[in-house]
Design a protein around this ligand. Structure first.
Ligand code: TTP
Ligand code: MG
Length: 377
């Protein structure tokens, strides 16, 4: 019998900050970009549960979070604390949590900074798997003073939905017999792979819950969702057999920057692009890679319209210079009529490399980091 667990830490970055700054305990807390008195740019990384009551959540523009916090304060609610946070610290805590999991379960798939799947089939029974999950939660609380939510189910999909079912500090057990009935009343959006757009288009057909979606035959789902349709048919019935992936390598390395002011200053934009390329290159080397084939550039305009353009080379490339050249070529059209006929100002740019390799003996890669952005002459 297959028994899979999924663990997801509660309000991860915020919980770590509360732990390390006891004076923040219980206060609404936002980790993210500097709100700069409401003028700040960038987004919320996460909010603790008291701040979520104000409507603040991951991905929200930090200026909007500030407005919501201010509105709450004016209503006499507790004031919100904003902190920038330390990604290095979160990475270290994440590593220790994965180590705790590996102590209890032989097969662990780290699926994100604060979440992992683990195989509990060896326990042989759901009640024993639940006991082990309680031990894992207790060990994390004892060693890290943080709470986690765990879901247990017959496969990864059900386990992940279950871990989110009772948050924070939850433990949700869904046996194979219960899986289909557990999913039926949930919003379609809870099924991994159904995003906000699909949710909207289904809502227009009157389909809100998993139960509603079960009206479709596999063929109808294939018509609507393409190749993914038949597997969706299985998933919404609680069936999903994908294995845990234990050896993980980053598929891409990327960085982005929100400018302090929206701009169309070409020299400034190119100098930031160059710095981003350098940063990406540094991390890409640190991760042990030395070739890439795809470069992706993202541009967000002042009105938040966001575009990504990519180019895949037929041969692997192995230099920072080539990365920069590719990135510039992708960015150029956004600086003129081709991709920016209304001359909008640019708010953010990002660079990412994909299709990474470790195949070439590429000694010059490191040396290139010494170079500077060529100043305009
Ligand atoms: P999540 O697990 O999605 O969120 P969370 O742990 O803060 O809250 P929950 O209790 O609902 O699980 O993400 C884990 C961390 O990843 C989160 O603490 C901050 C970071 N993160 C971002 O930086 N940006 C994002 O858009 C999201 C979703 C998360
Ligand atoms: Mg989490």
């Amino acid at each position: 019998m297959r028994i899979i667990g999924h663990l997801d830490m509660d309000a991860f970055f915020a919980a770590i900050e509360e732990r390390d700054h006891p004076e923040l305990k219980g206060r609404p807390l936002v980790v993210g970009a500097d709100p700069a008195g409401g003028q700040g740019r960038g987004v919320v990384s996460t909010a603790n549960y008291p701040a979520r009551v104000y409507g603040i959540h991951s991905g929200l523009p930090i200026s909007k979070a500030w407005q919501l916090a201010e509105a709450a304060r004016r209503r006499g609610r507790p004031a919100t604390v904003f902190v920038r946070g330390s990604h290095r610290k979160y990475g270290e805590v994440s590593g220790r949590i994965m180590a705790i999991l590996r102590h209890f379960a032989p097969v662990v798939e780290a699926a994100g900074i604060d979440e992992a799947y683990f195989d509990l089939s060896f326990t042989g029974a759901y009640d024993r798997a639940a006991d082990l999950a309680r031990q894992i939660k207790a060990a994390i609380l004892a060693q890290e003073r943080l709470t986690a939510s765990i879901g247990i189910g017959p496969n990864k999909m059900v386990a992940k939905i279950a871990s989110d079912f009772h948050k924070p500090n939850g433990l949700t057990l869904v046996t194979p017999e219960e899986a289909e009935a557990f999913l039926a009343p949930l919003a379609v959006r809870k099924i991994p792979g159904i995003g906000p757009k699909t949710e909207q288009s289904l809502a227009r057909l009157g389909i809100k819950t998993v139960k509603d979606l079960k009206r479709f035959t596999p063929e109808e789902l294939r018509e609507r969702f393409g190749k993914w349709g038949p597997s969706l048919y299985e998933r919404i019935r609680g069936r999903h057999d994908s294995p845990l992936v234990t050896s993980w390598e980053p598929k891409s390395v990327g960085e982005q920057e929100t400018f302090a002011q929206d701009t169309r200053d070409l020299d400034f934009i190119f100098s930031r692009l160059w710095e981003l390329c350098r940063g990406v290159w540094q991390r890409f080397l640190a991760d042990g890679f030395n070739t890439f084939r795809t470069v992706v550039v993202t541009v967000r305009f002042a009105d938040f319209d966001t575009y990504s353009r990519s180019h895949t080379r037929s041969e692997p490339a192995a230099s920072l210079r080539l990365l920069t050249v590719e990135a510039m070529k992708l960015l150029m059209p956004f600086l003129d009529r081709r991709e920016n006929p209304k001359h909008k100002l640019i708010r953010l740019i990002g660079v990412r490399v994909e299709k990474l390799g470790k195949d070439l003996d590429n000694k010059c890669a490191q040396a290139e980091l010494g170079q500077n952005y060529p100043s305009p002459s």
